[in-house]
Design a protein around this ligand. Structure first.
Ligand SMILES: [Zn+2]
Length: 273
């Protein structure tokens, strides 16, 4: 074989490999993963650790399991401060995280790479502008999400969410809602939507956000956790908690907001109460 032909064949093989890797490898790997049966022990953990899973109809249960299976095969979990990550921890986090994309595409979490779990609330040092001086302050956190694919969670707070499924707090739903908000590149409380749906979202959410801020300014009892009034990104994350945890309450107080969230999540949690 002439050197020119060898080179041409090598180049064609390299291009074919690059095309496969870029466009098909991920899908092929996922299909292969989904051919494996969902372990019975994992199903048992979803039942005990993800209250909403128990109320889903059979077909949606299978959909959640498929997403959980991919999630666990692709995302790295790290225990921090000596915390040991076992299957209970992994299934609790994956089960709740995947509720948000139950009726959406799994690829919404393509950019999520790792989940760090602390045993309880943890401290971070945060720069704070004080006039001309920037000093460091210590903040206590139950969780955080970053635009470079990392989610940090306090296990105590995750456990609390499991034990109080009707409360307005669920740190896992909250932090993964931020990840969906990052999908269009900015954490602005407006996840990727287009056309009429995007315009409705903008109008409905701006109005509701203002209403929440006003009710807090006038010291009225707010219809949502006041933390949602700190910035639009937090408003979306806190609304997501209420949407899945207290759908009746949110629907009663803010029907248009509830409808917008149904449109984005493509699911109606009131159907599964
Ligand atoms: Zn937040």
């Amino acid at each position: 074989m002439s050197p020119a032909l060898t080179f041409a064949l090598f180049a064609i093989a390299a291009i074919a490999f690059a095309v496969f890797y870029l466009f098909f490898y991920r899908g092929w790997k996922r299909q292969r993963e989904l051919q494996r049966p969902f372990p019975r022990a994992w199903r048992k953990l979803l039942k005990s650790q993800v209250p909403l899973y128990r109320r889903l109809p059979g077909q949606l249960k299978r959909e959640l399991e498929r997403r959980v299976q991919l999630f666990l095969s692709e995302k790295d979990f790290y225990g921090c401060d000596g915390f040991e990550v076992d299957d209970r921890v992994r299934l609790t986090i994956a089960g709740h995280a995947c509720l948000l994309i139950l009726a959406r595409s799994y690829s919404d979490y393509d950019e999520v790479r790792s989940i760090l779990v602390y045993p309880g609330a943890y401290y971070v040092k945060q720069p704070r502008q004080n006039g001309m001086v920037v000093d460091m302050e210590h903040q206590v956190r139950a969780g955080e999400a970053s635009s470079f694919g990392q989610v940090v969670l306090s296990w105590d707070d995750c456990e609390h969410a499991v034990q109080a499924p009707g409360s307005d707090h669920n740190v896992i739903l909250h932090e993964f809602a931020h990840q969906l908000d990052y999908l269009d590149g900015s954490a602005d409380g407006a996840p990727p939507l287009s056309g009429e749906q995007a315009r409705n979202w903008q109008e409905t959410m701006s109005e509701a956000y203002e209403q929440l801020q006003q009710s807090l300014q006038h010291h009225h009892k707010s219809w949502l956790d006041p933390y949602g009034a700190t910035e639009p990104a937090e408003f979306f994350a806190v609304l997501t908690e209420a949407f899945f945890q207290q759908p009746d309450h949110l629907h009663r107080k803010q029907p248009r907001v509830y409808e917008s969230l149904c449109g984005f999540y493509r699911i109606n949690p009131m159907d599964y109460q």
